[in-house]
Design a protein around this ligand. Structure first.
Ligand SMILES: Cc1cc2nc3c(=O)[nH]c(=O)nc-3n(C[C@H](O)[C@H](O)[C@H](O)COP(=O)(O)OP(=O)(O)OC[C@H]3O[C@@H](n4cnc5c(N)ncnc54)[C@H](O)[C@@H]3O)c2cc1C
Ligand code: FES
Ligand code: FES
Length: 451
């Protein structure tokens, strides 16, 4: 495929296999070896770059997605004569030892300071949560970012090139379609089966882990109809290609649906949130997915589109089992619709993982409930993740809680006990079944107490 990249201000015309990782093209074809490979799975941040000003892990970007865009790598940060203030601060504060993580940390720090020129320590830690350092320790890195805050950046990303679509070539091992409209996308899906690529955070890691490359890819990232957040008379429609970062920026969503905002905030770390999408989280159908329990607890409806028309399924019916959802090969997820929450609906999302960022849930729980004028519980919804092959709606606990007075003695303790007894989890690499019983019970108890 013939593509054009602007890297650190210089235009490059390249002929590449479209599913190669941007990381490999930067290092092997352009000799920009400052961008490092640590994990190859989006977890360490060593390969972080900016694409059109957005922090992304280059090991997760198929190179065709960078066509026509402006890329900043660590080589474009500062010059030997005039280093970027972050580079100066990292040296002065002793924030570098072996240096392997440093390019990624610098790129993440620069993205953080562009968004928050005077970040708090908590904001710095959150902004750098996707970057692992094995030797220096994060205290000095935080000090370095604080010291560079407010100083003018020295970097040369350059403007994106004015280009048409990328040009496929006969040598491409994979055919890539990048439609601009839903109609074109549905025609491509009806024609022949395609692998749909959205943010690529799951797919690129799977290819790297050895999943065979598909013959045809349908990239949906440029489709307007999938990219918006639309307020409707009933609530909100979230386009399938909306990213976690876009969702978190939309106060019209985060205010009425705080549990959804909390789940999005707890997904991965900033670079994953910038790329990963709502539709990808639904279709990946991982039992530990964070958005899915919330979308189910909020009575979300998945809108599926094909040339045959539209199908609408409750989120609870969309997932049929472990990594299995009700999606035909000629369909894609167009949106998820959420009804307007009832007045006074209390919402919460809890996640128990191995660490604060970048960890897949050992147990998660989305909760909603209202307390009526008589002090009784109504509209109780409890949906758990990572405790079964797919999300588990805690029907028995919900039915037991419904209509009970909040003041009832030991209400929270008993609800927690019931919830723990209601699931049948397994032992796996993330947690034992016993851990999952205990933690889920405690989370339900915590929610009821919070009411
Ligand atoms: C380091 C790391 C940390 C992560 N942390 C978390 C976490 O904390 N919580 C969590 O829930 N997830 C996490 N994930 C998983 C992942 O980021 C999410 O599942 C993400 O939402 C996937 O979206 P995507 O756009 O990147 O999907 P892609 O990788 O593009 O696609 C994933 C799957 O969905 C299909 N697909 C995508 N969009 C559509 C559509 N509109 N219609 C039909 N099919 C579609 C694709 O064909 C593919 O099968 C993490 C991933 C990484 C790499
Ligand atoms: S190499 Fe670890 S995130 Fe890309
Ligand atoms: S300085 Fe060595 S890994 Fe961070």
């Amino acid at each position: 495929m013939k593509i054009i990249l602007t890297v650190n201000g210089t235009r490059h015309d390249l002929d590449v296999q479209p599913l190669r990782r941007l990381l490999d093209v930067l290092r092997e074809d352009l000799g920009l070896t400052g961008t490092k490979e640590g994990c190859g799975e989006g977890e360490c941040g060593a390969c972080a770059v900016h694409i059109d000003g957005v922090l992304l892990n280059s090991c997760q970007v198929p190179v065709y997605q960078a066509h026509g865009r402006s890329i900043l790598t660590v080589e474009g940060l500062g010059t030997p004569e005039e280093p970027d203030p972050l580079q100066v601060a990292f040296v002065e504060k002793g924030a570098v030892q072996c240096g392997f993580c440093t390019p990624g940390l610098l790129m993440a720090s620069r993205a953080l300071l562009a968004a928050k020129p005077a970040p708090t320590v908590a904001e710095i830690r959150a902004g750098l949560a996707g970057n692992l350092c094995r030797c220096t320790g994060y205290g000095r890195v935080v000090e370095a970012v604080q010291s560079a805050a407010g100083k003018k950046a020295v970097c040369a990303a350059g403007d994106p090139a004015e280009v048409g679509p990328p040009v496929s070539s006969a040598a491409d091992a994979v055919q890539v379609f990048m439609p601009n409209s839903l109609t074109e996308a549905l025609a491509a899906l009806a024609d022949e089966s395609c692998t749909i690529m959205a943010g690529g955070t799951d797919l690129m890691a799977a290819f790297h882990a050895g999943m065979p490359l598909p013959g045809r890819v349908l990239d949906i990232s440029g489709i307007q109809e999938l990219s918006g957040i639309v307020m409707t008379p009933r609530g909100v429609s979230l386009g399938a290609a909306v990213s976690y970062a876009e969702l978190l920026d939309a106060t019209e969503v985060t205010t009425p649906y705080p549990a959804l905002a909390e789940a999005a905030r707890l997904v991965g770390a900033p670079a994953v949130q910038n790329a990963g999408t709502i539709g990808g989280n639904l279709v990946n159908a991982s039992p530990g997915a964070d958005l899915v329990p919330v979308l189910a607890a909020l009575d979300g409806v998945v809108v599926l589109a094909s040339q045959q028309g539209e199908r609408r399924l409750p989120v609870t019916a969309f997932h049929r089992g472990y990594r299995n959802c009700d999606l035909r090969p000629d369909e894609l997820v167009q949106a998820v619709e959420l009804p307007q929450p009832a007045d006074g609906l209390r919402q919460a999302f809890f996640k128990a993982g191995t660490r604060r960022a970048q960890s897949i849930a050992r147990v998660n729980l989305a909760c909603c409930a209202r307390v009526d004028a008589q002090g009784r519980l109504t509209d109780v919804r409890l949906v758990a993740g990572s405790v079964g092959p797919t999300i588990v709606v805690l029907d028995e606990t919900m039915a037991w809680l419904k209509g009970r007075p909040l003041a009832q003695k030991d209400l929270a303790v008993e609800a927690g006990r019931l919830a723990a007894a209601e699931i049948t989890p397994i032992d796996d690499v993330r947690a034992t079944a016993e851990y999952r019983h205990t933690v889920l019970g405690n989370l339900v108890k915590r929610f009821v107490e919070s009411l």
